[in-house]
Design a protein around this ligand. Structure first.
Ligand code: GUN
Length: 291
C-alpha cells in the first residue's frame, strides 16, 4: 500500500511556484496577487481561508483577505466582488463557500469575472472545462488529477467510481477523468444518494473518489483488493481527548480500506493540501495570462 502524500506533493508544487515567483521578481514582472472574501465566522471556513493566505505568503504571492460580517447584504457582497473585478492589481480571487442563507450563491458566482475566477466555479469556466477548453479547473479536482499523475497511478481504461455529485468535486472530477487527458481516459460511474446497490458498484471499481461528506462511509467490505482510494472528506468530529475538541475524519474508513488498497490518500494530509496548492497554481496562471 502506497500513501498518496498530499502534504509532500503540495510542498513540491509550492516550491515550484515559489521559483516562478522569484523569476517574475527578478525580471521585473508583476507578483501574483490573490484575494479571498470570507463572509461570517464559520470555524472550518476560517481555517481554510487562513490556510490559503498563509500559502500565498509562503510562495511569495501578495494576498488580500476581505472579512465581512455574517449579516452582510447580498448587494454589499456583490459590490465587493465588482471592486475586485475592477482592481488591476488583483489577478484572481475566491469567495469562500458556503455563504449565509440570505445570499444567493448562484448570483455571487456569476458576478465573479471568469478571468479572475481561480476557483473555477463560474459557469463560463465550468462549460469550458466540460468542453476540454483552456480554463481554470476547480482546485480540488485539479489537485486529485495532479496527485494521480505525480504518483503515476494508471487511470487509462480503468473503472473510476465517484461517490457524490457536488458541483465542487464529484461532478467535475467525473467529467475530467473521463476526458482524453493525463489522469483521464477512465470509464467513470458517478454515484449519489439515490444510487441503488452502491456496494456492487464500488466492488467493481479500480479507483474510488469518495466525496459525499459522510465520515468513514466507505468500508473495507465495499472495495476490491488493489483499489486506489481518493478520500475527499473532511468532517470535524467531536473528540474530547483532543486539545482542539475535535478530530478530522475522511469519507473512508481508513483502517479497513487501507490494507486492501494499492494507493490511498490519508485524511488529513491527502487531498486537502493539494486543493490549496492548485489554487496557487491557478492564480499564477491568471497572472501569467494577463501579461
Ligand atoms: N468551500 C469548500 N471548498 C471550497 C473551495 O474550493 N473554494 C471555495 N471558495 N469555497 C469552498
Amino acid at each position: 500500500m502506497v500513501l498518496l502524500d498530499g502534504r509532500k506533493t503540495s510542498a513540491d508544487i509550492k516550491d515550484e511556484i515559489a521559483l516562478k515567483v522569484k523569476e517574475f521578481k527578478d525580471s521585473g514582472k508583476k507578483i501574483p496577487h490573490l484575494a479571498a472574501i470570507l463572509v461570517g465566522t464559520d470555524g472550518a471556513s476560517m481555517t481554510y481561508v487562513s490556510g490559503k493566505v498563509k500559502a500565498c505568503e509562503l510562495v511569495g504571492f501578495k494576498s488580500t483577505l476581505i472579512e465581512l460580517p455574517k449579516e452582510t447584504s447580498e448587494e454589499k457582497l456583490l459590490q465587493e466582488i465588482e471592486a475586485l473585478n475592477n482592481n488591476d492589481d488583483i489577478d484572481g480571487f475566491i469567495v469562500q463557500l458556503p455563504l449565509p442563507k440570505h445570499i444567493d450563491e448562484q448570483k455571487v458566482l456569476l458576478t465573479v469575472d471568469p478571468d479572475k475566477d481561480v476557483d473555477g466555479f463560474h459557469p463560463t469556466n465550468v462549460g469550458k472545462m466540460a468542453l476540454d477548453l483552456p480554463c481554470f479547473l476547480p482546485a480540488t479536482p485539479f489537485g486529485i488529477l495532479e496527485l494521480l499523475e505525480r504518483y503515476k497511478v494508471e487511470t487509462s481504461g480503468k473503472h473510476v467510481v465517484v461517490i457524490g455529485r457536488s458541483h465542487i468535486v464529484g461532478r467535475p472530477i467525473s467529467i475530467l477523468m473521463s476526458q482524453k487527458r493525463l489522469a483521464g481516459n477512465a470509464t467513470v460511474t458517478l454515484t449519489h444518494s439515490r444510487t441503488k446497490n452502491l456496494k456492487e458498484i464500488t466492488l467493481r471499481a479500480d479507483i474510488i473518489v469518495a466525496a459525499l461528506g459522510k465520515p468513514e462511509f466507505l468500508t473495507g467490505d465495499m472495495v476490491k483488493d488493489g483499489v486506489t482510494i481518493i478520500d475527499v472528506g473532511i468532517t470535524r468530529i467531536k473528540d474530547d481527548s483532543k486539545k482542539r475538541g475535535y478530530r478530522i475524519a475522511g469519507d473512508v474508513h481508513f483502517e479497513s480500506v487501507a490494507p486492501k488498497s494499492a494507493f490511498i490518500t490519508p485524511v488529513p494530509r491527502g487531498v486537502g493540501p493539494m486543493t490549496i496548492a492548485m489554487l496557487l497554481k491557478n492564480t499564477l496562471l491568471a497572472c501569467e495570462r494577463k501579461q
